[in-house]
Design a protein around this ligand. Structure first.
Ligand SMILES: Nc1ncnc2c1ncn2[C@@H]1O[C@H](COP(=O)(O)OP(=O)(O)OP(=O)(O)O)[C@@H](O)[C@H]1O
Length: 364
């Protein structure tokens, strides 16, 4: 790890005027990792990627690729390739010539070039399309050619800037899975930026959640989902309900909260800024809320809520209810066991406190 990683950065800062678009970011990406940087628009993802590619220079901090310091190495000398959202394949060149372009510039002999092109097209599942033009391909095929064109150069790092952003929903869903398979097959280290949490979650080995130029948390997808380190991560990654109230007490690792309608509920302590008498927020996922009758499982917390509507969406069907003037969502089982819920009826939603996370309200 550390300096031996494919990508290792320490304390990267990039300022525009008084605003730090990248604000002390450190990262450590071992070889063969699918690493995503996930964050909302304007959080600094593109700025960070440009530093890695060498299109821009950090004001502070160091970038190492496979142990070599890159700060003063120009983009074309870095072992890095980049795939953009609007991938520019050369429209008048065949697929084969598009892929050959970078190899030619490296002065690779024709015979070797032919071999590499055939192999990479095979690997991306397009063995017969070498002589087509890009406009004779589907969107997904074009995407795969763009990847093949980069991967054939065998970069240490492939940087991907929202490459699925321009595709329609169905194709995007399919390409997510395909990209993940391709990355594993090639074993190339991917650094992928996106604002789409589902993309990041499905594909990545590690996800860095970025906000205001900083990383809030770097973890595998499942850990981000189950153990979000900050309220921002809890709210940004996957669906979550947020209930706010006043902290009553903390015992062992359980926090007790008084919601604004007076109900006492519990969840696991998730931050070290919890103080009795201060505001706190409890996050509980829709699938962790159960519709409960009179018999409450021992140790469970519960609250009353009023049904607003039910939202049918197959396995992701939910009820939208209201408590303390706030919407709450609970997953509805679709095996026929879900009760019929009429609008304005009162329901009880219960949860195992170990599945809820309690943060102190952030002082901004
Ligand atoms: N050349 C520049 N000059 C001044 N400010 C800039 C420049 N480039 C980016 N910024 C600012 O830096 C911040 C981060 O921008 P950046 O493009 O990195 O965000 P992003 O996360 O990639 O957003 P998006 O998902 O919308 O592309 C923004 O506040 C942006 O306005």
């Amino acid at each position: 790890m550390g300096m031996d990683s494919d990508l290792f950065c320490e304390g990267l800062v990039r300022r525009f005027g008084s605003n730090a678009a990248v604000d002390h970011v450190s990262l450590d990406v071992p070889a063969g990792t699918f690493f995503s940087i996930l964050g909302p628009s304007g959080c600094g993802k593109t700025t960070l990627l440009r530093l890695l590619a060498g299109f821009d220079k950090p004001d502070q901090g160091d970038i190492h690729i496979r142990g070599e310091r890159m700060n003063d190495v120009p983009p074309n000398r870095r072992p890095v390739n980049m795939v953009f959202q609007h991938l520019a394949l050369f429209p008048t060149m065949t697929v084969g010539d598009n892929i050959a372009y970078g190899l030619k510039r490296r002065k690779m002999p024709l015979v070797e070039r032919r071999k590499r092109i055939a192999r990479v097209l095979e690997q991306v599942g397009l063995p017969d399309l070498e002589h087509r033009n890009p406009q004779e391909l589907s969107g997904g095929q074009r995407q795969r050619v763009a990847l093949a064109r980069c991967l054939v150069l065998e970069p240490t790092l492939l940087l991907l800037d929202e490459p699925l952003g321009a595709l329609d929903l169905k194709l995007r869903e399919q390409m997510k899975v395909e990209l993940k398979h391709l990355q594993k097959q090639f074993g190339t280290t991917f650094v992928y930026i996106t604002h789409d949490q589902s993309e990041a979650m499905v594909m990545s080995d590690q996800v860095a959640v970025m906000r205001d130029g900083r990383f809030d948390q770097v973890a595998p997808p499942e850990e981000l989902y189950r153990e979000p380190a900050t309220p921002f991560v809890a709210g940004f990654v996957g669906d979550n309900n947020r209930l706010s109230g006043e902290l009553v007490s903390v015992r062992d690792s359980l926090a007790e909260l008084r919601l604004d309608d007076g109900v006492l509920v519990q969840g696991r302590v998730a931050s070290d800024n919890l103080q009795a008498g201060h505001r706190a927020e409890l996050y509980i996922r829709p699938e962790s809320l159960v519709l409960s009758g009179d018999a409450l499982s021992p140790g469970f917390s519960s609250m009353q809520a009023k049904v607003r509507t039910t939202l049918f969406d197959g396995a992701n069907s939910r009820v939208e209810a209201e408590t303390c003037g706030q919407p709450v969502y609970a997953r509805l089982p679709q095996d026929g066991s879900a009760p019929r819920l009429s609008v304005d009826s009162s329901i009880r939603l219960a949860w195992n406190p170990s599945l809820a996370r309690v943060f102190g309200a952030e002082s901004l």
